[in-house]
Design a protein around this ligand. Sequence first.
Ligand code: NAG
Ligand code: NAG
Ligand code: NAG
Ligand code: NAG
Ligand code: NAG
Ligand code: NAG
Ligand code: NAG
Length: 479
Amino acid sequence: MYFLRDVPGVLVILCALFFSAHAASEGDDDKGGPCEIFVQDVNNLTLNCSRRHIDKIPTWPATLETQGKEDGHVRITFFNNSISNVTQLAPVPGNRIAISFKSNKIVEIEDDAFRNLDHMVYLDLSNNYISGEVLRSEIFQGSYKDGVYSDIDLETLNLGYNEIHSLDKYLFQHTPNLTRLYINNNPIEILDHVTILALSSAKKLEVLDLSKTDIDNIPLDAFRGLSYLRQIDLSGNFFLNVPESLSLVGDSLQYLTFNNNPLVELNDDSFVGLSNLVELEVGENENLEEVKRSTFSPLKSLRVLHMCHNKNLRYISHNAFRGLKDKWTLKEVYLDDNNLSELSTDLMPWNKLETLGMTGNSWLCNCDLANIITKQNAGTKFRTGEIPYCAAPMRLSGSYITNISVSFCPQFDTTFAPKRGFSISDLKPKHIIWSILGVATIVGIGMICGLLVNTAKAFYKKTFRSQPIRYVNISETFA
Ligand SMILES: *[C@@H]1O[C@H](CO)[C@@H](O)[C@H](O)[C@H]1NC(C)=O
Ligand SMILES: *[C@@H]1O[C@H](CO)[C@@H](O)[C@H](O)[C@H]1NC(C)=O
Ligand SMILES: *[C@@H]1O[C@H](CO)[C@@H](O)[C@H](O)[C@H]1NC(C)=O
Ligand SMILES: *[C@@H]1O[C@H](CO)[C@@H](O)[C@H](O)[C@H]1NC(C)=O
Ligand SMILES: *[C@@H]1O[C@H](CO)[C@@H](O)[C@H](O)[C@H]1NC(C)=O
Ligand SMILES: *[C@@H]1O[C@H](CO)[C@@H](O)[C@H](O)[C@H]1NC(C)=O
Ligand SMILES: *[C@@H]1O[C@H](CO)[C@@H](O)[C@H](O)[C@H]1NC(C)=O
């Protein structure tokens, strides 16, 4: 979901156009092809070829040439057609070109398909039938001059929802500006040697989506050289641990999404080296039961923690944030929809948070929770309409945790409702029973101690009095 922020400006064009849509439609009088041209302003135009039941890339309408500006932005979309073969595209005027083939039936891409589009910065090939073999190194290369292929400006490449097992090691040799790569929802299974060579050749990579790729491991050196990688999504895979290989990009990594993996616990090894991480999301991990001590300790820059929908997460160590409390950076913590019932008062400096989410758990409304909510002000951090409920004890079940009365909690005597003068009418049967039980317990313990002492005395008399005390010569024993 973070990825949305990064979609480049070219996409904005589409949205803006969508709303001002038919205002400037000039495509109608163009009989050259099925697509429609929308001119947004002198610098931006969209060629809409979406949902037109086309199975071949059409020739561009003549107006594209006349209306396009050399330094303009052009967006071309073939969304939801039946194109199976991406053949060589004709030149398009403009210096930032975005093309989408999302949701077609692509099984083949011709060599040099994009050689006329050196200024293509965005290419969406998602939701097709592209295999790794189709993605040859000859595809993403520019014009051929003086015996060499030139580079293309490609910055964003979406290969999601295809049939890719492996990437050609030279796939990115002519795309030096590649910053966002989406290969999510492909049956990769194993990041093999060539795929890793391909990835590490994309030196400017900032965003990498490897979610739902059936991988359970990332080789240690997979991200070597990717010193700009700041965002990675590993959700929906088979990881039992957060891969150690992430620490190789610890200097640059800011956003980690690690949802829906079969990990059982998080511990002090989980996030080693990720000292610049700003946002962490670990949710929907059905097997996750425990967050152990020092789990978050390496995350010295963390601002936002999403740890939600882990439906078996029952326990967070009170030392989970060990070592971070002095230089606290976290502003938002979301613990919604887990299986938590208790939190320890010293888990974190609750009053330093800006937003806290705790809904959807089975909270035991005890004095610790009351302390967190009232004394440490956590109760003021909930978003509107997101006040968590108590599940226990029975008498508080169903009330807001911000509603719980804590007059019975000793540590609140000063900060909370000052106690009224004591009167006999304050005594409830429960109190009396507890008092009697208390006294009885003390008397009982006293009696047991007395008995023990007496027995011990008797025993001592019997066993030791009869034997002479033996003195051991210390110097002898040590000699
Ligand atoms: C139009 O193009 C300019 C740059 O040439 C860009 O800054 C602007 O955001 C674009 N407008 C829209 C609506 O996309
Ligand atoms: C593109 O054309 C299709 C089919 O006419 C239409 O459904 C869609 O809304 C258009 N998209 C934009 C951005 O105008
Ligand atoms: C594409 O269009 C067809 C109808 O032509 C529709 O059934 C299908 O759901 C659409 N696919 C997507 C991804 O929108
Ligand atoms: C794709 O188109 C090219 C150029 O027309 C052609 O040579 C090639 O055989 C086509 N491939 C398939 C699989 O149709
Ligand atoms: C890559 O980006 C740089 C800097 O933004 C730019 O000068 C260059 O033209 C882009 N394209 C290629 C192919 O390097
Ligand atoms: C939450 O934990 C309890 C045991 O503490 C268990 O009985 C219950 O099934 C768990 N809830 C879910 C949704 O897994
Ligand atoms: C919270 O307290 C208010 C006022 O005491 C009461 O009206 C409300 O019903 C309580 N709500 C819950 C859910 O406990």
